[in-house]
Ligand binder design. Structure first.
Ligand SMILES: Nc1ncnc2c1ncn2[C@@H]1O[C@H](COP(=O)(O)OP(=O)(O)OP(=O)(O)O)[C@@H](O)[C@H]1O
Ligand SMILES: [Mg+2]
Length: 348
């Protein structure tokens, strides 16, 4: 009886001079959703790739279903499904052919593979497009096919790396419903996302990663309490007014606001702070084009936790330069045969 569906302790991963993971601990109970949040380059994909046996840690340990991801990689692969940040399916094949092929690679008989493919195509509302080449699919359809591909082997643990990128709000809701169905069946899910809203909707627990470290963890409610209940944002087009407005916000909130283009935002303890800010702006005759009190977004969470917005990562930061990572080009040897397809990587 394993206590955790998966667990990582002190994971370290370096790429040359970049420390992608500097000692990361993650764990999830069976049937739960762990949301891993973090800005670009935080180390989310690296952590997922290690748990999915696609990359080897330089330090620390990780296990899935009690099996070590390095020493027992083959056992781990039988338990997992992975949807990568980049689509893994074959463009030239139809959606159906992709799923049948994966099923066969997982040692299903042809009829079983065909039945499983049909079932998943239906579940992901791809039946109509099933026999068309994937090249003709929309981004959202392709995303659905990726998910279907990762479920062919009925995995016990599913890794979803930013699964909702490129999905419209309707499709996103559908994805959330599907994730809930999976966990209701006892599947454990690790979900990386940039959206607090998504983590909020799905995750039982959240780990916030920044610069290769877990900087906060807890339930969504606990995490929100860290940043305070709400945030104030305002917009001014004039740089001078923006300076003056920032000073008012800082005086009331006790911390400098985060600046994204013309918008300033800062977490506040209660709505009283918003009224004080509004009064302060009015007293000084600072006019603004927008002013709002709202629940904190991921930007505010990060800002409160790290003091840096995700748009302001500097090259002097220890890791993560804010440039997009080069996923799928891990120079270290994969533990098993180099997989060309994460979906195919799983087995029944
Ligand atoms: N194969 C690689 N070779 C070199 N550097 C890498 C490689 N993979 C990741 N990195 C670096 O490691 C750091 C963490 O990258 P990772 O892809 O894990 O971040 P992430 O949190 O998934 O980011 P994003 O939100 O952009 O997907 C980044 O600085 C990235 O450039
Ligand atoms: Mg990533």
């Amino acid at each position: 009886m394993t206590e955790y569906a998966f667990r990582a302790e002190g994971l370290v991963k370096r790429f040359g001079k970049t420390t992608a993971l500097a000692g990361v601990d993650l764990a999830a109970r069976p049937g739960s959703v762990l949301g891993v949040l973090g800005p670009n380059g935080a180390g989310k994909t690296t952590a997922v790739r290690i748990l999915a046996t696609l990359a080897r840690p330089d330090g620390g340990t990780a296990s899935v279903g009690g099996f070590d991801v390095v020493r027992q990689a083959a056992r781990v692969r039988r338990l997992i499904g992975l949807t990568g940040q980049q689509s893994m399916v074959d463009d030239e094949l139809s959606g159906r052919a992709n799923l049948v092929l994966i099923g066969q690679l997982l040692d299903l008989r042809r009829t079983e593979a065909a039945a499983r493919a049909g079932e998943l195509l239906e579940r992901f509302e791809l039946t109509e497009a099933a026999n068309r080449p994937v090249a003709t699919y929309s981004g959202g359809m392709r995303r659905h096919l990726d998910l279907a591909a990762c479920l062919v082997g009925r995995p016990r643990v599913v890794f979803l790396d930013e699964p909702s990128v490129g999905l419209d709000p309707g499709k996103r809701e559908e994805l959330w419903r599907m994730v809930r169905e999976l966990t209701a069946e006892g599947t454990t899910v690790l979900l990386t996302t940039q959206y607090l809203e998504e983590a909020d909707a799905l995750a039982d627990d959240i780990a916030v990663i920044d610069h290769g470290r877990v900087i906060a963890e807890g339930t969504p409610a606990e995490l929100k309490r860290v940043v305070g209940g709400q945030a104030v944002s305002l917009r001014t087009t004039d740089p001078e007014r923006s300076q003056a407005a920032a000073a008012v916000m800082e005086r009331v909130a006790g911390r400098a606001p985060e600046r994204t283009r013309q918008t300033l935002s800062v977490p506040v303890e209660s709505d009283t702070a918003a009224w004080e800010m509004a009064a302060g702006l009015r007293e000084r005759g600072i006019s603004v084009t927008e002013f709002s009190l709202h629940l904190p977004g991921l930007d505010e969470v990060f800002f409160a936790l790290t003091g840096t917005g995700r748009t302001s990562a500097t090259p002097s930061a220890p890791v993560g330069t804010g440039t997009s990572p080069t996923n799928g080009t891990d120079p270290s040897p994969p533990v098993g045969p180099a997989p060309s397809d994460a979906g195919k990587e799983t087995s029944a």
